[in-house]
Design a protein around this ligand. Structure first.
Ligand code: DLZ
Length: 155
């Protein structure tokens, strides 16, 4: 599929048995974010991370992903963070504020901590679009976020 990350090269050369990754998950739209989390976690396990080295932390909503990610990225033993959320457009501009805040926020965290902090946030117009990207016909963006974290760790 165009634009998709490939995991073949990673599997061939990398050893992630000592890698520790935090996955910060927003509780809003939980059915979606949980599916993204499972996609990310399974991908990390498939690439050799130990179960005990995958840390799950929950935050109330996508807006809180910035601080949750910062707290995890600041931990010495955490190598990378995956921030997972799902913002679905409603009738008010709330959507734009949350999306803008979290994208800038995550960018700042990754620069400040000099660690990969991956943007695993769906910003969609409808719940159907979210489901397509959370294990539906367009794959699982949580899995892609995990591959991105691993690629960056092998930079
Ligand atoms: C308030 C709000 C709204 C309207 N929509 C979403 C959403 O679609 N996805 C999401 O993750 N969070 C949403 N939130 C909650 C905010 O992210 C945040 O938790 C609150 O504004 C409190 O800071």
């Amino acid at each position: 599929m165009p634009g998709q990350l490939k995991s073949g090269k990673l599997k061939a050369k990398a050893n992630f048995s000592k890698t520790k990754i935090a996955i910060v998950v927003a509780e809003w739209n939980e059915a979606i974010t949980d599916a993204l989390y499972v996609g990310a976690k399974d991908c990390l396990l498939a690439h050799g991370l130990k179960k005990s080295n995958i840390l799950k932390k929950s935050v109330p909503g996508t807006f809180e992903l910035t601080l949750g990610s910062l707290w995890m990225a600041e931990k010495k033993d955490v190598d990378a963070v995956i921030a997972i959320g799902c913002v679905i457009q409603g009738d008010t501009p709330h959507f734009d504020y949350i999306c803008q805040a979290v994208s800038y926020g995550i960018t700042e965290v990754t620069i400040k901590t000099k660690k990969p902090v991956v943007f695993g946030v769906l910003t969609v117009l409808t719940e159907a679009q979210a489901l397509e990207r959370a294990g539906g016909k367009l794959g699982n963006k949580g899995e892609e976020a995990a591959l991105t974290a691993l690629s960056m760790l092998k930079f």
